[in-house]
Design a protein around this ligand. Structure first.
Ligand SMILES: C[S@@+](CC[C@H](N)C(=O)[O-])C[C@H]1O[C@@H](n2cnc3c(N)ncnc32)[C@H](O)[C@@H]1O
Length: 270
């Protein structure tokens, strides 16, 4: 049975997680981190945190860091979370269609287990219905491989879909013994990839019409938020939209953006 995590070992893990993922773990998170990592130590059959830290600084470190980040990241999410954002997105897609656009590109930068990108797919496709905007693509990324596996599977327990309106559930989801499975038409615009927001520059080209990066920057310090916002600015088309979580703020790091609504920013024209 692994021993409990000492302040020295917790500090070493905190430093590593901050350096590799930009995540600032507070001191109050020690018990949570210990609970999550104890399972990982058991799986690896390691006797102590000392041994775990040796592994994290040895030749297999890069592989194990993926597991470490999986274990400590909080993937809480839901369909239609912060619903006002999706009403605004409907307007943005309709406006793009009215302006004669056929393509619409979104990036969901902290997709967690997929509820957010599948919501984006439902909302954008419904908003574009009956228009010439027929080329929608949504890139969904996350640092957690465990969360991305769930995204790709696209199957959720029945209760998870309680927040999806019934007509949408019928149109976009198939009933399966495990709950609901995303129909091929709902999956079609989506692609999934692992990506660490702390590692700049980002590899994709853009330009995106819309970026959703919600409820992940709360874990970043000001420097990490600034790094992300600079990259988002580079990857958005002029006048493109950036959505963040409603409890998040870009105060002091939002150069080149104007605030359109609380937690909704728009890239200034160059
Ligand atoms: C609380 S969930 C938010 C999910 C969704 N955006 C929402 O608002 O419902 C935070 C997600 O951010 C991911 N994450 C944390 N640090 C990250 C990083 N450095 N790069 C990419 N994703 C990260 C976690 O794995 C987790 O899935």
């Amino acid at each position: 049975m692994p021993d409990s995590i000492s302040p020295k070992h917790y500090e070493a893990i905190r430093e590593l997680v901050h350096r590799r993922a930009g995540i600032a773990l507070g001191e109050s998170k020690q018990a949570l981190v210990q609970a999550r990592l104890t399972k990982r130590l058991r799986t690896l059959d390691l006797p102590s945190y000392e041994a775990y830290l040796d592994l994290l600084s040895g030749p297999g470190a890069d592989d194990e860091i993926v597991h470490l980040l999986d274990a400590i990241s909080t993937n809480f999410t839901s369909f239609f979370r912060e619903g006002r954002h999706f009403e605004l997105l409907t307007e943005i897609v309709r406006e793009a269609a009215r302006a004669g656009h056929r393509k619409f590109r979104l990036w969901c930068a902290a997709a967690a287990t997929g509820e957010e990108p599948y919501t984006l797919s439902m909302v954008c496709q419904e908003a574009a219905q009956g228009t010439h905007l027929d080329d929608i693509r949504i890139l969904a990324t996350d640092i957690s491989t465990r969360a991305l596996d769930k995204c790709r599977e696209g199957v959720y327990e029945t209760s998870r879909l309680d927040s999806v309106p019934e007509d949408m559930r019928k149109r976009w989801w198939d009933k399966v013994p495990e709950g609901w499975s995303a129909k091929p038409s709902l999956r079609a615009p989506l692609s999934f990839a692992r990506m660490n927001l702390a590692e700049v520059p980002y590899s994709m080209k853009g330009p995106f019409d819309v970026i959703f990066c919600r409820n992940v920057m709360i874990y970043f310090d000001k420097e990490g938020r600034g790094r992300f916002v600079k990259e988002a600015h580079r990857l958005l088309r002029p006048r493109g939209w950036l959505f963040v979580g409603s409890s998040e703020s870009l105060a002091g790091v939002a150069d080149g953006f104007q605030t359109e609504h609380p937690s909704v920013y728009r890239r200034e024209a160059p």
